[in-house]
Each structure stands twice: as C-alpha cells, then as structure tokens.
Design a protein around this ligand. Structure first.
Ligand SMILES: NC(=O)c1ccc[n+]([C@@H]2O[C@H](COP(=O)([O-])OP(=O)(O)OC[C@H]3O[C@@H](n4cnc5c(N)ncnc54)[C@H](OP(=O)(O)O)[C@@H]3O)[C@@H](O)[C@H]2O)c1
Length: 285
C-alpha cells in the first residue's frame, strides 16, 4: 500500500509560517501585504476558487481585494484595470482568475501584469526565468508539488519523471522545475503514443490531464511516486485524474484528491505574495 502524501497538513504548516512572516513584515515595514484578484464574470468554479484564496489570505493576515468585473467587459477596459493595479503601490500581488471569457485574450491580459506582481508566475519574464533555470515567481501548483516531494524526501535527481499534460500553468512549469532538480523529464500529452507504457517507466509520475480517474494501476511502476493534479467534479464528487483505489496498491507514494496538490497551490500562492512584497517593499528600502 502506498504512503499518502498529505498536502493538506503540509499546506497548513506553510500557511502558519506565512502568517508568522506577515506579522513580522508588518511590524518591520508598517505595510500589510496585499493581493488583488481579478474575477471576470460569474463562473461558479472560479467564484469558489477565489473565495478560497480570499479566506486563505485573511487567515494569513494578507489583505485580499477581489476586483469583480462583468463578463462582457472589453479587453481595453480590463487592461486598464490591470494598469491601475500595476500602478497601485498598496498592491503587491496581482492574480487574474482563469479561465476568462473567450472574447478576451488571456495571454494579452497576463502579459500586461507587472512581472514583479505576478503571483502566478505566468508572465513572459517569469516563464523565461524558470525555463532558463533561474526561477523567481513560479506557478503555484508545480511549486507546491516540489514542496511535497521535498517534504517526504523523495529523490528527484536522476529519477525518471513523467509529466502527463503540457499546459502553461501545470505541465510545462512542472517539467522545468523537475529538470532543475536534475530529474530526467518526459512530457506526455494527448498525441503521445502509448501513454500507458510511457507512464509505467516513471519513478515520479505527475498527472495533470483533467481526465477523471483515467490513470489506473496499469500505468504505474511498482513503488513509483504518483502526483495527481486533476480536479474534476463527477456526480458532485471531486475526483482526480488517477484511479486512487487501484493506484495506491502499486505506488510507493501517492497524493489524494482532495487533500493533496490542491491545498498546496493556495499555500504557495500566499508564499508568492510575500515574495512579491519582499521585492517591492523590502528591497526598495
Ligand atoms: N490541484 C490544483 O491546484 C490544480 C491546479 C491547476 C489545474 N488543476 C487540474 O489539473 C488538471 C489539468 O489542468 P490544466 O490546466 O493543466 O489542463 P489543460 O490546460 O486542459 O491541459 C491538459 C493537458 O492534458 C493533456 N491531455 C488531455 N487528455 C489527454 C490524454 N487522453 N492523454 C494524454 N494527455 C492528455 C493535454 O494534451 P494536449 O496539450 O495535447 O491537448 C494537455 O496538455 C485539471 O483537472 C485541472 O482542474 C488542478
């Protein structure tokens, strides 16, 4: 039976640490860290994610402002909102909640966010820094996964790491981070031939497809570490991309869904907010 990788309890440790750091930073600088989240439209899943981020900020002592805008907003108007937040010295981190309505170009809007306020690590400058091996602000989900692997002393160096999924927010930055830790990295996607055989060669298998329970024990090498990033709602239940019941019989370590990667994403968002704060407030003193 696999050992459970408990992202929930690690995330609580990180959040407690962030809270202590926030108290010290406020005491030292007289300025409270502040995250602004832009929420376009009324997608229920986005609203619920934003609420989770707001609560986490509040508990950590970070100010969180949610800028709610109508789904029909024009791109010019949205860019103006980003500009205002870029120029607002009381705001240290800016997050655009994705997805945004199709008439808006998400890449354009993200490119507009100041790279030193880019808590998601999605702007071209932060992507380039990560790809070139000098990460500064790193996307929260893959960062959280590295934190889990380190917490449980799972070696990455020299290990074969297979990442299923090549999105900008999970798969690609995950591969860059694993490579930086000297893993041997393979990225799989929807055109990969014989995904199952490829996955089965992994010492560390990161699954980020958005295909509920697709990866079962037949994709997993005995003793491998399995990280399930997927979040899908099936019959009103949240499930991952991994069929946990069969996978845990073969894997050495495995993240549950919920309670694995998800809570770490929020914890790393808080940490990234402090990274922005430190570079904007502390380094300019
Ligand atoms: N836990 C968290 O905090 C967290 C954070 C972010 C996302 N998520 C979840 O993680 C999942 C992935 O998110 P995402 O934003 O990366 O999704 P995405 O942008 O839709 O990307 C999915 C990736 O999976 C690949 N893929 C899809 N079907 C496949 C198949 N049958 N075989 C092999 N590869 C396949 C796609 O390949 P192509 O590129 O070829 O299309 C794509 O690269 C979703 O369930 C999402 O909700 C969770």
């Amino acid at each position: 039976m696999a050992q459970l990788l408990d992202g929930k309890s690690l995330s609580l440790e990180i959040r407690e640490d962030v809270k202590n750091r926030v108290e010290k930073l406020i005491h030292k600088n007289g300025i409270t860290p502040h995250l602004a989240v832009i929420l376009v439209g009324d997608n229920p899943a986005s609203q619920s994610y934003v609420k989770g981020k707001e609560t986490a900020c509040r508990k950590a002592g970070i100010i969180s402002t949610v800028v709610k805008v109508d789904a029909l907003i024009s791109e010019v108007e949205l860019l103006k909102i980003v500009d205002d937040l870029n120029n607002d010295t009381s705001v240290h981190g800016i997050l655009l909640q994705l997805p945004i309505p199709k008439h808006l170009n998400a890449e354009n809007v993200i490119e507009h966010i100041r790279s030193d306020k880019d808590v998601d690590g999605f702007t071209p400058k932060n992507v380039a820094l990560l790809t070139n091996g000098f990460p500064h602000l790193v996307p929260c989900t893959p960062l959280g996964i590295i934190r889990i692997l380190k917490k449980y002393h799972i070696p990455i160096e020299g290990q074969h790491c297979v990442v299923i999924g090549r999105s900008q927010i999970v798969g690609k930055p995950m591969a860059s981070l694993l490579l930086r830790e000297n893993g041997t990295v393979t990225i799989c996607h929807s055109r990969t031939k014989d995904l199952q055989a490829m996955a089965k060669t992994a010492d560390i298998l990161v699954v980020a497809m958005g295909k509920p329970k697709m990866v079962n024990s037949s994709y997993i090498k005995t003793g491998a570490t399995v990280i399930d990033v997927g979040i899908s709602r099936v019959d009103d239940v949240i499930v991952g991309d991994v069929e946990f019941e069969s996978a845990e019989k073969v894997a050495g370590f495995i993240t549950p869904v919920p309670g694995g990667v998800g809570p770490m994403t929020i914890a790393c968002l808080l940490e990234n907010t402090l990274t922005c704060y430190e570079s904007l407030v502390e380094n300019k003193r």
